[in-house]
Write a protein that binds this ligand. Structure first.
Ligand code: S3P
Length: 427
């Protein structure tokens, strides 16, 4: 696919429902005993993988137009899947469902696509095993395929200090903790997205947060709301926020964006870089904050950041690297080694492919990313590594510079199926 340069972005851009919240809305509703209507669900391939896996556990899930209706059989009503569950490209599906499968008294086997089978799963298997689960996987219990062998007795709650800040690992332990005999405490090195904690609290689960520690009490039953309205995905909005910031004569509004503070690191960074970003109509729904985001063409400057802010913008590093390439001066992003184990090795993808558009702009160490802004940008043919966020960041980079050709546009279906239709949309 060829993307040509654009400018003068003006008007309102529509984005889709939040991927993280969509996954959780399906999984948690599946554990209640009533029918839950889910509005603004993200019908991306990852969330559809979650639906398909939950159906294999015997949950009744119906897609009616844009809406999804989930009717669970209760916390203890999951059934043994008759076949192998395929999590596709979705780390969230796999890691959360490993946590859910761990306490069940039946066998569950998982697999996934070419990317997911490479990704590290020891980080989930290890704490779940400490809780008493029996889990085996390829490569010394580190990779897919993975089988959760039915638990013979109830899991025990543990205190677990997570070596990496990961909402997926945290959520897996929380889900297992719901079924444990005693409370579980999880300590995070830095706060990761807290949609699980917020939504489970809304489902009546007793869950406490003290500093970076989360304490989860075993549950008897989950009480679902009649309806869940998923806010729009700030990780999808990020592409238009950066495109509007770095192109001339642009003023764009994106409505109903989830602005949970564990996800808004990108806004903090862009503001520090000098971007004109405003939040309007701040409101709360189902424990999650949302707002309209207004962004205008901005003159950006390079900055240095890392540490606790990283989990708050982990999926936005590729698009922030694009923003930094248009800034004056150098941007240094520390502590992003986790990007090496996302849907692709994103640091490698950025250095190899983004440099084709702007030579000598991007450098990486094992854990840091350095971007030299303001260099020349040319039309180039780039590879996406079948990674949705690399594809979208490359598309924005090309659109804001001299154009780009990407080898695979299909992979955006993971999180933003109509991304290219929106990019084409003439206002
Ligand atoms: C997600 C958590 C993040 C993020 C992923 C979605 C989630 O992964 O990168 O896209 O929904 O919990 P980690 O928690 O493993 O960093």
């Amino acid at each position: 696919m060829k993307i040509l340069p654009i400018e003068n972005l003006r008007g309102e851009i529509k984005i889709l429902g939040d991927k993280s919240i969509s996954h959780r809305s399906i999984i948690f509703s599946s554990l209640a005993n009533s029918t839950v209507e889910i509005e603004n669900f993200l019908h991306g391939a990852d969330c559809l993988s979650t639906i398909s896996c939950m159906k294999s556990f015997g949950v009744d899930i119906e897609i009616v137009g844009e809406k999804v209706f989930v009717t669970g059989n209760g916390l203890h009503g999951l059934r043994e899947p008759k076949n192998i569950l395929d999590a596709g490209n979705s780390g969230t599906t796999l890691r959360l469902l490993l946590g859910l499968a761990a306490p069940q008294k039946f066998l569950t086997t998982f697999t996934g696509d070419a990317s997911l089978i490479q990704r590290p799963m020891g980080r989930v298997i290890q704490p779940l095993t400490e809780m008493g689960a029996s889990i085996v996987g390829r490569n010394g219990n580190k990779n897919l395929p993975i089988t959760v062998i039915g638990a013979k007795k109830n899991l025990r709650g543990i205190t677990y200090e997570m070596p990496v800040a990961s909402a997926q690992v945290k959520s897996a332990i929380i889900l297992a903790g719901l079924y444990a005999e005693n409370p579980t405490t999880i300590i995070e090195p830095a706060p990761s997205r807290d949609h699980t904690e917020k939504m489970l609290a809304a489902f009546g689960v007793e869950i406490e947060k003290v500093g970076n520690a989360i304490k989860i009490y075993p549950a008897e039953k989950l009480f679902a709301p009649e309806k869940i309205v998923v806010p729009n995905d700030i990780s999808s909005a990020a592409y238009w926020i950066v495109l509007a910031a770095v192109t001339k004569n642009s003023v764009v509004t994106i409505k109903n964006v989830g602005v949970n503070e564990t996800r808004t690191g990108i806004l903090d960074v862009l503001k520090e870089m000098g971007a004109q970003v405003e939040l309007e109509n701040l409101r709360e729904s189902g424990g999650e904050l949302s707002a309209d985001i207004k962004i205008s063409s901005s003159k950006l400057r390079g900055i240095e950041f890392g540490g606790a802010i990283i989990p708050r913008l982990i999926d936005e590093v590729p698009i922030l690297a694009v923003a930094a390439a248009f800034a004056e001066g150098t941007t240094i992003i520390h502590d992003v080694g986790e990007l090496r184990v996302k849907e692709s090795d994103r640091l490698k993808a950025i250095v190899t492919e983004f440099n084709k558009i702007s030579r000598g702009s991007f450098e990486a160490t094992a854990t840091d990313l350095i971007i030299h802004g303001g260099k020349e940008k040319i039309f180039s043919a780039c590879k996406t590594y079948a990674d949705h966020r690399i594809a979208m960041a490359l598309a924005v980079f090309g659109a804001a510079a001299g154009g780009v050709e990407i080898d695979d546009s299909d992979c955006v279906k993971i999180s933003y199926p109509n991304f290219f239709e929106v990019l084409k949309w003439e206002k």
